[in-house]
Each structure stands twice: as C-alpha cells, then as structure tokens.
Design a protein. Structure first.
Length: 213
C-alpha cells in the first residue's frame, strides 16, 4: 500500500488539474497499485466573505491582472493536455473553503475522502457551484457516505472549521507553500503543476520502496 499525502485548496485551478492527473496516472500506469490517498487542507483565502469574491476584481486588486482570460490560458491548456475540459471563465466567483474542507476531513473515516475532494473541486470549477453553501455541499456528500442533514451539519459546524484551520496551519508549518503538493510514500515530494510523467516518476520511486519487488 502506497500512502499519498495530497495538500490542496479547492479553489486553486492547479489543484483540479493535480487531482485529475493523479487519478489518470494511477488508472493508466499503475492499475495494480494499492494506494491510500490522504487529503490535507490548505487555505488560500481564509477570510473570504460568505458571498464570495468576484475573480476579475480579485485578480486586478491582488496581481494587477486586467485580462483574466489571458491569465487562465496556461492552466486551461495544461488541463486540456490531460483530457480535462477546464474553462475557468465558467466560474467567476471564489469562496471560503472551510466548510468544504471540513466535510473532506470527515470523509476520511468513510473511506471516500479523495473522491469527495475531487467531486467538490469539480463542482466548483466545472459546474460553477457555490462550494461554501452547506446545501450544495450536502447534495454532493450524499454520494460519498453521508446522510444529507449530517453533511450539512458538518459543513456548518464552527468547531470543524477550526479543525480545518488548525490542519491548514500545520501544512504551512510543514513548509507547504504552493499547491497542489504531493508526498508519495512519506519520502518523495513534488509540488505545483507537474506533468503526468513527473507524477508517474515520483510514484515509481516511492512504490519501489513501499512495495517490494
């Protein structure tokens, strides 16, 4: 069993690409490899308002970007290269993610953590859903081992939000500075928009120790 620790932020475009590429590489190149994918939260906009932030305004105020579509070109091209139809203009808003990460942490005990993280990230980018809305999150979570009202309560729980913030602080303290950040077998770490070949190479190195023979 190869443990894969995956540090991501739901609202990061490179993270949906990272999720997609990891799953694609595992399915196509390592179909017999048993993996345990563990999700860890990173918070890029911990103080985002409940109603969200309009991405063109955010890009302009934070980075001086006047043409959002131009800044979207590279991640969209990388996504297409891996078979992911990512159009970042579909989702003009970005949201606080403590409620979503809280559900993802709770899904660990149900064995659906990675699948739920990918589903919530996909709902944000591909379906333009408000993933800070507890009803939206509950609708997604029922397919991943939760009762709807249970999921909604977890998404609303301030204590679970604090747990997310504590876990995110641990990620920062561990030196996680960019996402997605992958750690394979506790020893091979790569981060950022890595190619399928780079992800496969890291898995191969880690699995050669984790899986004898």
């Amino acid at each position: 069993m190869l443990q894969i620790d995956l540090y991501t932020e739901i609202i990061c475009p490179w993270c949906i690409i990272g999720h997609h590429r990891l799953d694609k590489v595992l399915a196509e190149r390592f179909p017999e490899l048993d993996v345990d994918i563990r999700q860890h939260p990173v918070l890029l906009l911990p103080d985002a308002p409940a109603e969200g932030l309009y991405i063109p305004d955010l890009l302009l105020s934070r980075y001086g970007v006047t043409d959002p579509k131009a800044s979207f070109a590279r991640p969209e091209a990388e996504a297409r290269a891996s078979g992911l139809d990512l159009d970042l203009s579909r989702q003009p808003w970005t949201y606080r993610t403590q409620p979503a990460h809280g559900l993802i942490l709770a899904a660990r005990a149900r064995g659906t953590q990675h699948q739920l993280a990918a589903a919530i990230t996909g709902a944000h980018f591909l379906k333009a859903k408000n993933i800070s809305d507890p009803d939206v999150l509950a609708d997604i979570a029922v397919a991943y081992g939760f009762e709807r009202e249970e999921a909604r309560a977890i998404a609303l729980d301030p204590m679970q939000h604090r747990r997310v913030e504590q876990e995110a602080a641990r990620s920062t303290a561990a030196g996680i500075r960019s996402v997605p950040h992958f750690v394979f077998g506790g020893r091979i770490a790569i981060n950022g928009g890595r190619s399928e070949d780079e992800i496969a190479s890291a898995i191969r190195q880690a699995a050669s120790v984790a899986v004898p023979g």
